[in-house]
Design a protein around this ligand. Structure first.
Ligand SMILES: CC(C)(COP(=O)(O)OP(=O)(O)OC[C@H]1O[C@@H](n2cnc3c(N)ncnc32)[C@H](O)[C@@H]1OP(=O)(O)O)[C@@H](O)C(=O)NCCC(=O)NCCS
Length: 182
């Protein structure tokens, strides 16, 4: 296994641009093809989020041979006790099989959180395996007050500032591309 991405070298992680959309879609298709967690619509999800203008942060991890990992955060419509709240959905995140377990997804997710916080985004939501996402601060209890079609133990939220909103009730709507996902 090549270990060409030095995680101390932040230049290996940079935003992906509109002209790189097919490389990003191909990466997700390849990474999810072998995954029991994937529903294999991730490449189309990425294309749809870009086409709809709903991407807030898209970051790629690069080595000399090209793109080996990618994370996308998209704009959500979230209300907390009736007030609009700036929030993002984490999905998808993927790393090519040969480059896994080197902390690349972790570096992408943490860099994404930093960028979101700098944009004034206050919460990130994810639907995924708590055993993985809890290490980044995602918590099902934080997401529980927010109505969502994804509500349940795998629906988690992470506060991006020091005082995450804890409303009595709220609503967390994903971008339309998610409901078109096969
Ligand atoms: C999940 C994924 C992005 C992790 O990428 P990565 O760069 O290997 O992640 P990291 O190196 O930051 O972390 C790896 C650790 O997470 C663990 N991990 C990965 N997926 C996990 C899961 N679903 N549940 C629990 N732990 C998981 C690994 O076992 C590993 O543990 P270790 O640190 O004890 O060795 C990668 O495995 C992947 O692309 N999978 C296919 C796509 C996918 O399932 N995406 C997530 C959808 S929710």
């Amino acid at each position: 296994m090549r270990r060409t991405l030095r995680l101390a070298d932040r230049s290996a992680i940079r935003p992906t641009g509109p002209d790189e959309i097919e490389a990003v879609a191909a990466l997700h298709a390849e990474a999810f093809a072998a995954s029991p967690h994937g529903h294999h619509g991730e490449a189309d999800l990425v294309r749809a989020l870009v086409a709809d203008g709903d991407v807030l942060v898209g970051l790629g991890a690069w080595v000399v041979d090209g793109l080996i990992g990618h994370v996308l955060f998209s704009r959500m419509a979230v209300e907390a006790d009736g007030l609009a709240l700036s929030a993002a959905a984490l999905a998808p995140v993927a790393v090519l099989p040969a480059h896994r377990r080197q902390g690349i997804a972790a570096a992408l997710i943490r860099a994404g959180h930093e960028r979101l916080a700098a944009l004034g985004v206050r919460m990130a939501f994810v639907l995924g395996d708590p055993a993985y996402y809890e290490r980044f601060g995602y918590d099902a209890a934080l997401a529980r007050p927010f109505a969502s079609p994804y509500a349940g133990p795998f629906f988690m939220a992470h506060g991006l500032d020091s005082a995450p909103p804890r409303p009595q009730r709220g609503e967390a709507r994903h971008p339309p591309a998610f409901s078109r996902l096969a």
